[in-house]
Design a protein around this ligand. Structure first.
Ligand SMILES: O=C(O)CCC(=O)C(=O)O
Ligand SMILES: [Fe+2]
Length: 280
């Protein structure tokens, strides 16, 4: 599809957390031609073909199988094809570790890489950014949410249905992109994506949110939005079946530029210290 003509487009006021000369929360300088001057949301249906969507889903399954064995775990499983890391309710594992043969074919890597690049280009065009922006950053991953009636979250990592703002989780995220790889009410039930807005506080003093706009995941549908406080959102709990989404974040900060390595070797450079999961 034509990257300049989204299926639907809305413009909203950017959060007042974007001052004019400093970045969000004062952390990084504003990059003109990249940081949003006009915030909003863009949806592109049929952004990826059914065939491409099937290959991306199969790559996630292959990665989960290599890292965890079998079909992996119920609940949320995050798969990063670039670094090889997979996280599920048992923790972190790497799909590339200890392999003697390539896990993915050159065609699969090329599809993954070109899909990332096409999304990046589309986000830049639809938000009117200068050439070269936004910048690809890490991490990016495919998230699989697999329903199982007996499943319970083991740590805060597993609680995927919380309202959040992407830029508050990771300060250098400026644009968010979600490419859905399954269709609601065909492949899974529940799992609606919702933009929300603050609606006061509850008796414990915790923020309460109300629905602003619900978007039904559809295979091939790209949803992109500015990452700041103008776009709080959540995913609803998956009630049946399996839901997949490819999540990307882009930045305006050249310091956070991340080349798409996709060579099956990069995890050797990132050996994270094992960290205890935050408690529930
Ligand atoms: O899965 C979705 O629809 C949204 C996921 C999301 O908001 C995130 O990963 O930050
Ligand atoms: Fe998010």
């Amino acid at each position: 599809s034509d990257p300049t003509s989204p299926t639907s487009s809305s413009t909203i006021d950017c959060s007042s957390d974007y001052p004019s000369s400093k970045g969000y929360s004062g952390s990084e300088p504003i990059v003109s031609g990249c940081h949003p001057t006009s915030c909003g949301r863009r949806i592109f249906d049929d952004f990826a073909s059914p065939g491409d969507v099937a290959v991306l889903r199969a790559m996630a399954e292959k990665g989960i199988g290599a890292a965890r064995g079998g079909e992996g775990r119920p609940g949320p499983t995050i798969v990063d094809i670039n670094s090889g890391y997979m996280r599920d309710d048992e923790g972190l594992a790497n799909m590339y570790e200890g392999r003697t043969e390539a896990l993915f074919t050159p065609d699969e890597y090329e599809l993954y890489r070109s899909t990332i690049e096409r999304i990046r280009h589309t986000v830049g065009a639809t938000f009117g950014l200068e050439e070269g922006y936004p910048i690809f950053t890490a991490p990016t991953f495919i998230t699989r949410l697999r329903h199982h009636e007996d499943w319970q979250p083991q740590s805060m990592h597993d609680v995927y249905w919380m309202e959040h703002v992407d830029k508050n989780n990771t300060a250098h995220y400026d644009y968010s992109g979600l490419l859905y790889l399954t269709t609601q009410d065909v492949d899974f039930t529940g799992g609606m994506f919702e933009f929300v807005e603050e609606d006061g506080v509850d008796a414990d003093g915790d923020l309460v949110f109300k629905l602003e706009e619900a978007l039904s995941p559809k295979a091939g549908r790209l949803v992109s939005f500015t990452g700041g406080n103008e776009n709080p959102h959540k995913v609803n709990i998956v009630r049946g079946g399996t839901r997949y989404v490819l999540s990307f974040w882009f930045t305006c900060s050249s310091e956070h530029a991340f080349p798409a390595f996709l060579d099956g070797e990069i995890h050797k450079q990132f050996q994270p210290e094992p960290q205890p999961d935050p408690e529930l």
